[in-house]
Design a protein around this ligand. Sequence first.
Ligand code: ZN
Length: 273
Amino acid sequence: MENLSETGSRKSLHGRDVEQTETNPYLQMLKVAQRQHLNSGISTTTTETLDDYDLGGVDCEICGNKGYVLNTGSNGELLTRECECMAKRRSLRRIRKSGISDMLERYTFKNYADEDDTRKNVKQTAIRFANADSGWFYIAGQPGSGKTHICTAICARLIDRGKDVYYMRWRDESRLLKSQINSQELEEPLEKLKRIAVLYIDDFFKGGSNEADVRLAFEIINARYNDSKLRTIISTEMMLEEILSVDEALGSRIYERSKGYVLEAPKENYRLR
Ligand SMILES: [Zn+2]
């Protein structure tokens, strides 16, 4: 048990012990909650940690880039709550960490060359999806057909709309998750994939669709299927019919949620405009 007087802590407005050096009340609350391993009642969307608290990259008029807003409670007490810009900040931070920031800049709707009817349809459908509030997006096609481009453009639009977006490169992340499938370590990353508002699975089933792949995929897809608010974007080399033949329960869930947004990327080689 640490000695609070020696660490320079004091009672905050919220009646909690906080470090004196921290001037951001929302961050203080997060720190206290994290240290005490208890739920402090802060409304967070997922498994948020201090690591996700980053104020860079977004200009917000609501909170003046503090990341929190202050309110007065019914008993006159001062309350802090997370500002709505934080979802966007978290998404951008994750995107930076996953090393696809440059993709986000290059792969825009504007840069998508919609020079024939197939591509026009792909782009229009993607924009319709990105502006909607429900449904999943499924695009199948060969490498180099522009499917990652269109999905990244969707993600950028959804981040702009303040959604929590997670980019999952299936081959890399599934390998790691499968190796941990029976361990405690798996819980947190898997929970995130199950509960994040928007999950983009890039190159789904790339590298194989054996029993372990299907089990992991079903775990994630089924959890997301059961919460109609969650949105999933899937790019893959496999047609939806192939997924259905690999595992009907998995394929049928994707099929049902993706109605209206199932696409086949153009066969010819794709290039940037
Ligand atoms: Zn804000």
